[in-house]
Ligand binder design. Structure first.
Ligand code: ATP
Ligand code: MG
Ligand code: MG
Ligand code: MG
Length: 447
């Protein structure tokens, strides 16, 4: 019976014949016997293979080095050692591919994350990156599950677009090799699917997008990538308060899902990279997020007497050091900051009665800072037009967006979650380059 290691380690049926595939993690030889630990990527746990030299020739076993790929046929038995777990007594080993010990880079037990980043093509073979990408998968699945259960429709917005989505980020332009004017208009890779997502919500009621997003971020930070995945739900007939409730419920749901489905990966990450991880995850799902207006956040920062790199002024945009101070040192829990000054937020956000602030919400998380940005959208045609005029925007280009306010407009709202920031939080890693298989950052698009 061919079986994955994760399924084999769950069974309590012993003395059965099985076939297991995997890559060799360690190989220890004693006089008459070899102990080989293999991993097939299905779990963080390695499986021990016992190869008696009587059955499996020593000359052959010399080729079964760290990094090589094998199939083992044998009997799954309860280990006779003091730890009670299953292992395989090998009857036969098939060598798929060798790995020369002089050249294979993953010889040592532990490597620095920097080193592993330079071998992104092989880092999936380490326990740490196996754990990270399994967690990433489960979070992606939980996101679809959550919205599907809530009656949202998965809606695909274009990757090549003419919209710069309010200048959310610097654009990557799309041109053809011979510089033909392919689309007849300047086109770029999407920086956010929101404006098109609104069109979906204003017909289907509630939609979400989950796709790649591109911003030519010209700095190297722990939380910015040039290519990242964004989740953008958008809902008709709701206001900013419903939007906050949904975002909080959504984050707790997907984190709880990861806690439940990725237990051994999270324990591994907690024990190797971030010792407070599991406690932090539980704390986030079990406590209510604090909600406060922007003006109060600024007052708290001002009165903190902390020397920030960028000094605090009313009206400024918060950056990661301010956000993390509020979350990690002042409130000690996630917070939702609302009612930002209109000057630092996008044109489409709904203006409050004071005419100065907008119904925006940023959700700030420990270790991350901003994880979600959202708002109630301006649904009043005249107010939206006026704001666009004030900002000197090109009305002709966004005619389709304005028309949705002309015909059957309704209150609506939504938010954007940077998927990698969620994976960063849940895995406890500290650099966003380590939670996406092939990170794209300035001067780095090698793999
Ligand atoms: P930041 O202040 O960190 O630059 P932002 O306010 O520019 O983020 P938004 O335009 O609000 O980002 O985008 C929505 C969400 O997308 C953010 O809350 C964040 O989670 C994520 N995000 C934004 N830019 C990036 C990026 N370059 N790499 C990864 N995730 C990002
Ligand atoms: Mg930004
Ligand atoms: Mg921001
Ligand atoms: Mg934002």
């Amino acid at each position: 019976m061919k079986i994955r290691i994760i399924d084999l380690l769950k069974t309590t049926t012993y003395n059965i014949n099985v076939s297991v595939n995997g890559w060799v993690r360690t190989h220890r030889q004693s006089k008459n016997i070899s102990f080989i630990a293999i991993n097939d990527g299905s779990t963080v746990h390695n499986l021990q293979i016992v190869a008696e030299h009587e059955k499996i020739k020593k000359d052959f076993l010399k080729l079964v080095t760290t990094g090589s790929a094998i199939r083992v046929d044998g009997m799954f038995v309860l280990s006779t050692g003091n730890q009670q777990h299953g292992e395989i007594i090998a009857q036969n080993i098939v060598l798929y591919g060798t790995a020369d010990p002089q050249e294979y880079p993953l010889q040592k037990k532990e490597h620095s994350l920097d080193f592993l980043r330079n071998i992104a093509h092989l880092r999936m073979r380490t326990n740490i990156f196996g754990a990270i990408f399994r967690v990433r998968h489960n979070l992606a699945f939980a996101i679809h599950k959550y919205f599907h259960e809530k009656g949202f429709f998965y809606f695909n917005t274009p990757i090549i677009t003419t919209s710069d989505a309010e200048g959310a980020g610097k654009l990557f332009e799309v041109t053809t090799g011979d510089n033909q004017d392919f689309f007849g208009v300047p086109a770029n890779l999407t920086v956010s699917g929101q404006l098109e997502g609104e069109l979906g919500a204003l017909g289907l009621g509630a939609i979400y997008t989950f796709g790649p997003t591109f911003r030519a971020e010209n700095s190297n930070t722990y939380r910015h990538l040039a290519e990242f995945w964004m989740v953008e739900p958008e809902m008709a007939f709701i206001d900013i308060n419903d939007n906050m409730d949904l975002a909080e419920d959504f984050l707790k749901y997907v984190i709880r899902y990861a806690i439940e489905t990725c237990e051994s990966d999270l324990i591994f990450l907690n024990n190797t990279v971030n010792s407070g991880l599991i406690e932090r995850l539980h704390s986030v799902v079990n406590n209510k997020f604090v909600r406060l207006p922007y003006s109060q956040a600024i007052e708290i920062l001002k009165q903190s007497n902390r020397e920030f790199e960028i000094p605090i002024l009313q009206g400024m945009d918060l950056n990661s050091e301010h956000e993390r101070f509020l979350v990690e040192e002042y409130f000690c829990c996630p917070i939702i900051v609302t009612n930002y000054p209109k000057e630092i937020k996008a044109f489409y956000m709904k203006l409050n009665e004071d005419d100065k602030t907008v119904r925006a919400m940023d959700i700030l998380f420990p270790q991350i800072g901003e994880i979600i940005g959202g708002s109630e959208r301006e649904s009043d045609y005249l107010k939206l037009r006026q704001r666009m005029e004030e900002l000197g925007m090109n009305m002709k280009q966004l005619w389709w967006y304005l028309e949705t306010r002309k015909f059957g407009t309704v209150p609506h709202a939504g938010f954007g979650l940077g998927f990698e920031r969620l994976v960063l939080f849940v895995t406890g890693m500290s650099n966003i380059r380590d939670v996406i298989p092939f990170p794209r950052t300035p001067k780095n698009a090698n793999f």
